[in-house]
Design a protein around this ligand. Structure first.
Ligand code: FES
Length: 348
């Protein structure tokens, strides 16, 4: 097999705990991603590793990864352009069915959906209005999402008991009190709340906030008091979007907000910017929620597609094939949050 014939996309494989594997580093093997001896005569050697647990993983096929044998998303930067839908792929989906929103929701292949939150579905708790937009009844298994609308004042204490909580501030500014420690917060930023901590939000303007609970689906509790204290083993919690430090991925970029640097080991939150384009159909090993912050376009999932617009929420079950198309000349900005944690650049 010539080097050119090898796909740059990572290989999905099931590793068995304790078993040793030889990952090809030369790209010549016909048994990708594993070594078949084709490196003989070169200065390349396979990387031998032992699987720590039985699990499905994505092993690098492009050989540009910096975390071999695992994919780190480097294949996305090997060409000048992010891999976009080919004319053949677009032709193959010409019979896809447009799904219009029914009661505010368009359900696509595999339970993926696009929905537009409707204010009349809100629960009211003093200056807070909130509603679930991704929950167990929607097919979620690991992460839930609430939209919070906050009017001037201070909310009651809020908590997803016993799980990680990740907040994203869509608009407005204020303060977040996490179990007694206060953070100034502004729009286009995220904050991490550890399991066991309650939080409340103070603002002098209208705020829109999205709250994710992970990795167990649990209700948002609203209470007049809290019986927990701030976990001082993790002082840094707040991350603001900074385009200057974003990761470039061909003609698009992304920045992780809440991730391991603020102590979030289970869930990753990011902001992504995509230009006028249609991504090639791809999948992730993680379950994902997306909020469209600016711009508009279409979500394709194989046999179905739906319009997406600013303010919409998208749910993607793990391994569901999808392609997000931006049809806005100004580009599209989105917030994504997914479980298990990792890099949003990794797909197959
Ligand atoms: S065949 Fe590529 S490293 Fe052995």
């Amino acid at each position: 097999m010539s080097e050119e014939a090898v796909s740059n996309k990572p290989c999905l494989v099931t590793l068995e705990e304790g078993k040793r594997y030889a990952w090809c580093t030369c790209k010549l093997s016909k048994e990708q991603p594993f070594c078949d001896g084709s490196h003989k005569g070169s200065d390349k050697r396979p990387m031998v590793f032992k699987a720590e647990r039985t699990e499905d993983v994505l092993l690098c096929a492009c050989k540009a990864t910096k975390i071999g044998p695992f994919c780190d998303g480097s294949h996305n930067n090997l060409e000048d352009e992010y891999v976009e839908a080919s004319p053949e792929e677009i032709e193959s989906m010409k019979d896809s069915v447009l799904v219009d929103q029914d009661a505010g929701k368009a359900v696509l292949d595999g339970g993926a959906y696009v929905m537009t939150p409707k204010n009349e579905k809100d629960t009211v708790a003093e200056n807070l209005r909130y509603q679930p937009v991704i929950a167990e009844e929607d097919g979620a298994t690991k992460l839930s999402l609430h939209r919070l609308l906050i009017s001037p004042g201070t909310t009651q204490w809020l908590q997803y008991k016993g799980v990680d909580t990740v907040l994203y501030f869509v608009s407005g500014a204020g303060k977040v009190d996490i179990a007694g420690r206060t953070f100034d917060v502004d729009m286009e930023a995220g904050i991490y709340v550890k399991p066991g901590e309650a939080f409340r939000i103070e603002t002098s303007e209208e705020m829109v906030v999205y709250a994710t609970a992970c990795p167990m689906l649990t209700d948002l509790t609203v209470s007049d008091d809290h019986d927990t204290s701030f976990d001082e083993t993790q002082m840094e919690r707040y991350v603001a979007f900074d385009e200057a430090t974003a990761n470039v991925m061909a003609n698009r970029f992304y920045q992780e907000l809440v991730d391991t640097k603020v102590g979030s080991m289970e869930v990753t939150q990011f902001i992504g910017m995509i230009p006028l384009s249609r991504a090639a159909m791809h999948r992730h090993l993680y379950e994902e929620a997306i909020v469209i912050l600016t711009g508009y376009g279409r979500m394709w999932t194989g046999t179905k597609w739906a319009e997406v617009d600013t303010g919409d929420v998208l749910f993607l079950p793990h391994r569901q094939g999808h392609s997000l198309e931006c049809t806005d000349e100004g580009g599209m900005k989105l917030m994504g949050v997914f479980y298990p944690s990792g890099s949003p650049a990794i797909n197959y």
